[in-house]
Unconditional design. Sequence first.
Length: 318
Amino acid sequence: MIIKKMADIKPAEITDPQIYRERRRFIRTASGLLLAGAASATLRPRLAEAGYGGQAIEGVRPGPFAIKEKRTAYKDITSYNNFYEFGTDKRSPALMAGRLKTDRWKVTVEGAVSRSADYYLEDILKGQVLEERIYRMRCVEGWSMVIPWIGFPLRDLIKRLEPHSRAKYIEFQTLFDPAQMPGQQRNVLDWPYVEGLRMDEAMHPLTILAVGLYGEILPNQNGAPLRLVVPWKYGFKGIKSIVKIRFLEEQPQSSWMRSAPNEYGFFANVNPRVSHPRWSQRRERRIGEFRKRKTLMFNGYAEQVAHLYQGMDLKKNF
Ligand code: MTE
């Protein structure tokens, strides 16, 4: 993994507009290969409707932790979504998310961190090697998928941002813009969508920020242009279309905790032994399969992550 000096992540304010425009077309990855840039990440509604994410990302290398299970069909991954900013049913995001403008995307970094600033996504990706990570994902509602993500370890970015030692948690926020995200005109959740991780979870090598899937730039309905993927946790931790990252001393309150604290906890680790108050979590339906499978502890990633929760009561810390 090549991590360039922090000087290579420029705060957005000081990016010369001319340089920015040129850079928009292509982002040079550390390996010298070209990655179709943010300009092409601006998805046409027509393409989003067809569940099509757009241009291929080049220079992606195979990452660790790939599983051998059959991948869920691209069509299912991109047309059966949860993205309440575009409606609460599974089909709406693919139909509605085309209107989201993902070019000139900025991410604000603040809190207990040395490099707090606004950054263009291009500058965050510059010099970053992208990997394919084939992960199981398990939604709290009882279905699952196998998704070949493209992304990079969140820990790489965290290290470059230089959090203070008192930062114990990291919080993420989705864009708040009801004009682009019509679902935000209704109070189904306390907007913007907020999620968080404990710092050791955020630094775990399984945790990635994704920018693509199936070799292509992330479709809007899957959280373009930047979303979190934490494969041992229920899908709702995987916050989409991130515009803010905050380093905190105290545990943040996620949107789902605020909306139903008895149903959704902060940790949200996949755990077949702890039922959701309204349904069991013992089994799951892999999208594209008929027979249900047994849900695995930590979604099958126990070997990698169980140590993070040693000594914790996972019934209380659900
Ligand atoms: N992020 C935002 N901003 N809004 C959402 O409604 N839904 C979550 C998560 N991230 C959601 C979100 C839930 S409940 C799930 S299961 C996953 O996104 C679904 O991701 P996918 O549609 O890419 O499969």
